[in-house]
Design a protein around this ligand. Structure first.
Ligand SMILES: Nc1ncnc2c1ncn2[C@@H]1O[C@H](COP(=O)(O)OP(=O)(O)OP(=O)(O)O)[C@@H](O)[C@H]1O
Ligand code: SF4
Ligand SMILES: [Mg+2]
Length: 374
């Protein structure tokens, strides 16, 4: 059932109130390497309210992890430079000292990583890993921390939680380990949770359970959550809003139902075509977007998606499109020839007529998708 696309908000999700918990403005992170500066995050802005979930979607290398780490202040390598503004609960995160950030990590902002094995210590029991975290942040005694640890393991549906405290990570399945990581992330009641591809290392049934668990915890605790994935299908039924990233930039952002009803960016369309369907036979080849993302040190001028885009025209290779809206102010996209508009259709038709390879690939995709979605 993992790849069944359910669009929209989780029933019962509360409406936004008051000020946003997180306001990110023109965030940029560069890495200095011998060949130049890698612009991994290149001017990203968004807001997130308490109790809401933002899906961040893009191919490998689009800047999703660097974005999350930049917001949390975890990009500490010597070659990294982060600029812009990250206001968390009215407090500026950029430029905060490591000591000040450490107080926030776990207690205010927490992260669930892709691979539970790399975030758990293999030679320490999970009980100790949980209780040490709780005691550090909540200033509790051993006994009290133990009780909280058991309650947390129960809340993430780990059976026989008390017995599990003595287990080492290798004694648990991948799904159980990820549940432990979620329990550790939730231990101190953070108001903001980052889940960076939290299920890619797991099999499909377990993926579904873990994503549902995250959604349940997010809802019960009214946390703000950023769910990072390369799969639009994962965020379809589990987010309020989706931001699509390409080459370090947000290229489209919209409320989830709006994005699926009226996507405007050709790259978002390509990501949608790449989602496996449940009606699809198991052996069916997935339709990926042809070509590769650009070099982030010296990207091409104009729109960075142009070399792969079925709609691209001369202006795209010269002028970089900026974010704009035509449907509603909360649906923005950066494209000169948006999908589903007369100018977009004319651009695609002209490219098909001139046998422009990405356009021909797109019609092949269109046919394949229509066949597969029967
Ligand atoms: N420390 C670093 N030094 C140089 N380049 C880096 C560094 N960290 C990340 N990058 C580059 O930044 C870009 C964005 O990386 P990031 O890890 O955010 O991608 P991603 O969207 O999370 O991809 P994936 O889906 O594979 O996790 C990539 O080109 C990556 O090579
Ligand atoms: S139509 Fe042009 S601006 Fe829009 S995504 Fe394609 S190349 Fe970029
Ligand atoms: Mg990543």
């Amino acid at each position: 059932m993992e790849n069944e696309i359910r669009v929209g908000r989780t029933p019962g999700r509360r409406q936004v109130e008051g000020e946003p918990l997180l306001v990110v403005d023109d965030l940029r992170t560069q890495f200095a390497v011998a060949a130049g500066a890698v612009r991994a995050v290149d001017g990203v802005s968004f807001e997130l309210y308490r109790g809401r979930t933002l899906g961040v979607v893009g191919e490998s290398g689009s800047g999703k992890t660097v974005l999350s780490r930049s917001i949390m202040g975890l990009n500490t390598s010597a070659n990294a430079t982060t600029t812009g503004s990250v206001m968390y609960a009215g407090d500026q995160m950029i430029g905060k000292s490591a000591k000040a950030k450490k107080v926030l990590w776990g207690a205010e902002m927490a992260m669930v990583f892709q691979d539970p094995m790399t975030s758990l210590n293999p030679v320490v029991t999970i009980g100790r890993q949980l209780t040490e975290h709780i005691r550090y942040h909540l200033d509790m005694g051993r006994r009290e921390a133990n009780e909280v640890a058991v309650a947390l393991l129960q809340s993430v549906h780990i059976p026989e939680a008390e017995k599990r405290l003595d287990n080492y990570p290798h004694q648990m399945s991948g799904g159980m380990r990820q549940r432990v990581c979620i329990a550790i992330a939730l231990a101190c009641g953070p108001r903001m949770l980052f889940a960076d591809e939290p299920t890619t290392a797991l099999d499909v049934t377990v993926q579904h359970q873990i994503l549902n668990l995250l959604a349940e915890q997010q809802r019960d605790r009214a946390m703000a959550m950023i769910l990072v994935t390369h799969d639009l299908g994962v965020v379809a039924g589990r987010t309020d809003e989706i931001m699509v990233m390409y080459a370090g930039k947000a290229v489209e952002k919209a409320p989830t139902p709006e994005l699926f009803a009226r996507l405007r960016h050709p790259y978002t369309q390509g990501l949608l075509w790449s989602i496996p369907k449940i009606t699809q036979a198991k052996h069916t080849r997935l339709i990926a977007i042809p070509g590769r993302p650009p070099n982030l040190i010296s990207p091409p001028p104009g729109c960075k998606f142009a070399p792969r885009c079925a709609y691209a025209q001369d202006i795209c290779r010269q002028e970089e499109p900026t974010l704009r809206s035509i449907d509603s102010p909360d649906h923005v996209f950066a494209c000169h020839f948006p999908v589903g508009t007369p100018e977009g259709q004319a651009a695609l038709d002209a490219n098909i007529a001139s046998e422009y390879p990405p356009a021909l690939a797109a019609i092949g995709k269109l046919r394949a998708t229509e066949e597969l979605s029967v």
